[in-house]
Design a protein around this ligand. Structure first.
Ligand code: TXA
Ligand code: MG
Length: 361
């Protein structure tokens, strides 16, 4: 592994493209300060230029060199980094990022990943790494090196095989609204709304206490009271409503990757299936018997134990597997929406909206 990491670092420093594991999905990485290298990411993925990239850095300090962090963003970073949370924050001027990375926005998406291979590459290279998921734009994200080979093969200079990723879904993306400190979830992930809310609540209480020590200057507790109301809002459903095609330049949803048609298998995806039609493959969850009907043409269980974390980890592998069998329809058993279930259902809905419509993704 050490030799692979060294090779990846050398390639990245020379402007190459390297696919490598993170704890969420495999990323397609390039030096975020190298315009040509970043342009190659967009070309390899067939990604529209208006869709900005996440920059991966080794530490909170490295992140703060690139962008402005308010106190709530600091609290979120301190709690969740390294880990599967991406923060969209105001970008600083002249920090050397390729303008392609931010697609002309005044903000940048930053993440300190947890995966040891990615961490080592970041530390040894000394680079900020722009890294979208290592799949062609609109397709299913990769959770193994084989998924990357199948989808991007020749377009990548090197792939580090670090086995299956542990989270299985892309990072949760949040943006704190400056005016009222409301945390907007632009893309749900394995950092759940409840986990975010717990940190926000802790931060609010902390701020309240600090506020109390300043009561004379601030003229009472008014400010602190305001802070108390801070919430986590999931705006991803609204952002996703746009349903714009991936190449529609006029479409600039808040998290552009949240285009409705995304994560698309070739097969049609039928959600909420409680029975099966002839010839359908089944993406199952839990151990309950299916009411009636025929035997599935192909079968993959996301979690026999009904464990949503396991289902998240196995979702893309299941979609890749069933889609590889060239069945026409993937029927999906209903999954609970609690906790990580929100993110799984989000990805399934996008897969269903995009699926079986090759011409439109
Ligand atoms: O887990 C992950 O986040 C993976 C791994 C490789 O880190 N990366 C990933 O990247 O999922 P990608 O490019 O597939 O998704 C990044 C999302 C896109 O939806 C993009 O529109 C959004 O982040 N994004 C990037 N910069 C943004 C910004 N300044 N404001 C709002 N959304 C932004
Ligand atoms: Mg992606």
């Amino acid at each position: 592994m050490q030799a692979q990491i060294k090779k990846a670092v050398a390639l990245l420093q020379a402007g190459g493209l390297v696919a490598l594991p993170t704890e969420t999905v495999y990323g397609l990485a390039a030096d975020a300060s190298n315009e040509k290298a970043v342009a190659r990411i967009f070309a390899a993925k067939g990604r529209p230029a208006f869709n900005p990239l996440i920059v991966h850095v080794p530490s909170v300090d490295a992140a703060k060199r690139l962008a402005f962090f308010g106190p709530l963003e600091e609290a979120l970073a301190a709690h969740f980094w390294p880990g599967p949370l991406t923060l969209v924050v105001p970008v600083k001027a002249q920090v050397g990022l390729s303008p392609l990375v931010t697609a002309g926005l005044s903000t940048v998406a930053l993440r300190v990943p947890e995966h040891p291979i990615m961490r080592e590459v970041l530390t040894l290279s000394g680079l900020g790494l722009a890294a979208p998921s290592a799949n062609r734009s609109g397709r299913i994200s990769p959770t193994t090196a084989q998924h990357v080979r199948d989808d991007l093969g020749g377009a990548v200079d090197f792939i580090i095989d670090g086995g299956e990723t542990s989270e299985g879904l892309e990072s949760t993306i949040v943006k704190v609204n400056e005016a009222d400190n409301i945390v907007h979830v632009l893309r749900p992930g394995t950092v759940t709304i409840a986990a975010l809310q717990a940190v926000v609540d802790g931060w609010v209480n902390g701020a309240f206490n600090i506020g109390l020590t300043n009561t004379e200057e601030s003229g009472g507790n008014e400010e602190s009271e305001g802070v108390r109301g801070v919430q986590v809002l999931s705006s991803f459903e609204v952002a996703g409503e746009s349903g714009h095609e991936a190449d529609d330049v006029a479409a600039r949803p808040e998290a552009p990757g949240q285009l409705l048609k995304h994560y698309a298998p070739k097969a049609r995806v039928r959600l909420g299936a409680t029975d099966l039609n002839q010839g359908e493959g089944l993406l199952d969850f839990g151990a309950e018997d299916f009411a009636a009907g025929c035997k599935p043409a192909a079968y993959y269980n996301l979690s026999e134990a009904g464990d949503l974390r396991e289902a998240a980890r196995r979702l893309y592998a299941g979609l890749h597997y069933l889609d590889g069998l060239n069945i026409e329809v993937i029927a999906v058993r209903p999954l609970p929406t609690r906790g990580v279930g929100a993110a799984i259902n989000d990805r399934l809905q996008r897969a269903a909206a995009a699926s079986g419509r090759d011409d439109e993704v």
